[in-house]
Design a protein around this ligand. Structure first.
Ligand code: PMP
Length: 441
């Protein structure tokens, strides 16, 4: 077993990655793996991006690290400016951290501090959704919906309750319009706020497109706008976790731009550093920032590596690749091709219940029975088998077993690099089909 990740697995070995080449990773035996999921929706530019590499070399020749207690840096300032310029309306402050969990943790603390400093100390509860993952630090873990992950760490740091996500394939009733379903799903939030007492709730946290725990499940049109209205009506902050679905993955730099919704805070990470550097960010509205400024004047937070110059330099190059080199339209175009290829390959598959997603963020849900949508018995460990079979074939994909109303369900998440070519989309779907059929055999 590998020594540097002692907690990941106590058995088995992993190949050693020695080189990146576009959409492929190469191990020490020379075997090539098509990165169909960007690891976990991280490597949006593939593994050998020239612009990012040049930016990192240049920055290393200037300065690698200057502690934010003493200095700011050009790359950190440029990054904040660019993120704000592209962010939804009202978002005009950036707090740089080193990853997704840190970004969510910062958001939770900022929300709490905001209510303490604006004279609403009773607002401490969080509402999130059952299919969600928000990170592994104690606050973020408390917020996520995966009971299995949370159970052993009770009592949890943040009091969080969970409502159903907007999960059309599972929950839209026959004959119900998307609009009516979106309204019904959003009303769950209203009911939960009333049950808890609005004066005790500080934030609703949600992924605009549910990633790892459900397999690229976008909300139906209108759902997020209704959620925004409900949060506003009750004075609750809307925190959108775009750690996985943000940074162009859906074909828009921020996924919520497509929904026409401006949250109070957004968390991003993964694709922001594209795997070249660990970096994340919390973005918030000027209103929140001003309230803290007028109060204690100081956000009670901070990490040693926040605003790291190398990480910020990488992120600037990533943003430049995405925004200046036309990658957003490319994500939409290649995403539509991936969707078509998946439908072509799996549309009639007896065990594929749903194919969904946006841009280059796609999910394939597996079911024992297409008619009843019954998931496979979790004892089959189907997702682990698909992962292993795909890996043997030279495909990296991200199969997971999500929880569907207490039952496990299996899906495969796909999030390939934005540079994926048509032929590689073909390779991905062919290898995935082989892996799924072998795992089912
Ligand atoms: N939020 C979401 C939506 C995520 O998908 C993840 C990571 N899978 C996180 C937060 C946590 O990010 P990190 O692993 O970088 O701490």
């Amino acid at each position: 077993m590998p020594n540097h990740i002692f907690g990941r697995s106590t058995k088995g070995t992993l190949p050693t990655a020695v080189k990146g080449d576009g959409c492929y990773l190469i191990d020490s035996s020379g075997k090539r793996y098509l990165d169909g999921s960007g690891g976990a929706a991280v490597s949006c530019l593939g593994h050998s991006d020239a612009k990012v590499r040049t930016a990192l070399h240049d920055q290393l020749d200037r300065v690698a690290f200057a502690h934010t207690g003493f200095f700011t840096s050009d790359p950190a300032e440029a990054l904040a400016d660019r993120l704000i310029a592209e962010a939804p309306e009202g978002i005009d402050r950036v707090y740089l951290v080193s990853g997704g969990s840190e970004a969510v943790e910062a958001a939770l603390k900022l929300a709490r501090q905001y209510f303490l400093e604006t004279g609403q100390p009773s607002r401490h509860r969080v509402i999130a959704r059952r299919q969600s993952y928000h990170g592994n630090t104690l606050g973020a873990l408390a917020t996520g919906g995966n009971e299995w992950r949370r159970a052993q760490f009770r009592p949890l740091l943040v009091e969080t309750t969970h409502i159903a996500p907007c999960y059309e394939y599972r929950d839209r009733a026959e004959g119900e319009t998307q609009e009516a379903y979106g309204q019904r799903a959003a009303e769950e939030l209203e009911a939960e706020i009333r049950r808890l007492g609005p004066e005790t709730v500080m934030a609703f946290v949600a992924e605009p497109v549910v990633g790892a725990t459900a397999g690229a499940v976008p909300a139906v049109p209108g759902y997020l706008r209704r959620i925004r209205e409900i949060c506003d009506r009750h004075g609750i902050l809307l925190i959108l976790d775009e750690v996985m679905c943000g940074m162009g993955r859906t074909g828009h730099l921020f996924a919520c731009l497509e929904d026409g919704v401006a949250p109070d805070m957004i968390t991003i990470a993964k694709g922001l550093g594209a795997g070249y550097q660990p970096i994340g960010a919390l973005l918030c509205t000027g209103a929140i920032y001003e309230a803290i400024k007028a109060g204690s004047g100081f956000f009670q937070h901070g990490h040693t590596y926040m605003g790291h110059a190398m990480a910020a330099a990488a992120a600037n190059a990533v943003l430049s690749r995405i925004l200046d080199d036309g990658l957003l339209p490319r994500v939409r175009e290649q995403g539509a091709k991936l969707d078509a290829a998946l439908r072509d390959r799996f549309g009639q598959h007896p065990h594929v219940g749903d194919i969904r997603g946006r841009g280059l963020f796609r999910g394939v849900e597996l079911v024992a029975d297409r008619e009843t949508k019954t998931p496979f018995d979790p004892a089959r460990k189907l997702n682990a088998k698909i992962k292993a079979e795909a890996f043997a074939e030279g495909l990296i994909c991200y199969p997971m077993g999500g929880t569907i109303d207490g039952q496990r369900g299996d899906h495969v998440l796909l999030a390939p690099p934005f540079i994926i070519e048509d032929a590689q989309i073909g390779e991905l779907t062919t290898k995935l089909a082989t892996a799924i059929d072998r795992a089912l055999a």
